[in-house]
Write a protein that binds this ligand. Structure first.
Ligand code: GDP
Length: 196
């Protein structure tokens, strides 16, 4: 698929510095350690793509990977870092909200959640924000290989029930970077949002 051609474009601290040639982008967000980098690497079939965004100094930035001239995957800063002080956290929240609310080329958000951990407060805040502005979300329940088939399915059903009741703008699937499970389903979602 096209996503294998993704290449690092740039990292920016704020929305006003985002590249202006893009018409379609899909952003990836999630708590630190949810498996975002691994997922990005598997989705783009590149072993080191998302390491670029883990380069010290870039973890707090919005990282762009272009797929073609007008489309990009966007790696957002991981959230839930406990050791950061309140001021930094506030600034980060403000920056992220602005990007999600104002970025016109943003067509959808891939939200990564560890399949073994119930949605955290910040995950729910992300779902609330996106619901308020009508931005579609697709949740990847990551590291699904760490659960047996039955329990993994049960977690997915539980989440789908919550989404149905409170977050109808969101869909969800199981995903394993290790096993490459769920890859076609994510690619299809990206195609839909990218209008390929
Ligand atoms: P990030 O902080 O969200 O970018 O998370 P990473 O992609 O760096 O992954 C965090 C940890 O989870 C690493 O130790 C990964 O090896 C592990 N991990 C990520 N995805 C998977 C997966 O699909 N299966 C398993 N078993 N481990 C995973």
């Amino acid at each position: 698929p096209l996503y294998q051609k993704a290449t690092y474009l740039k990292s920016v601290p704020t929305i006003d510095l985002c590249p202006d040639e893009l018409t379609h982008e899909v952003a990836f967000a999630g708590r630190s350690n949810a498996g975002k980098s691994s997922a990005l690497n598997v989705i783009t079939s590149q072993r080191t793509l998302a390491r670029t965004s883990k380069t010290p100094g870039r973890t707090q930035l919005i990282n762009f990977f272009t797929v073609d001239d007008t489309r990009a995957l966007v790696d957002l800063p991981g959230y839930g870092f406990a050791k950061v002080n309140v001021k930094v956290k506030r600034a980060w929240e403000a920056g992220l909200t602005t990007y999600i609310e104002k970025r016109e080329s943003l067509k959808g958000l891939i939200l990564l959640m560890d399949s073994r951990i119930p949605p955290t407060e910040i995950d729910l805040i992300m779902l609330d924000w996106t619901k308020a502005i009508g931005l579609p979300v697709h949740v990847l329940l990551t590291k699904s290989d760490k659960l047996k088939k039955g329990p993994a399915k049960a977690e997915l059903l539980k989440l789908k029930q919550l989404l149905k009741e409170q977050y109808p703008h969101a869909t969800a699937q199981l995903f394993s970077s290790l096993k490459r499970d769920g890859l076609n389903e994510v690619w299809n979602k990206l195609d839909e949002w990218m209008e390929y």
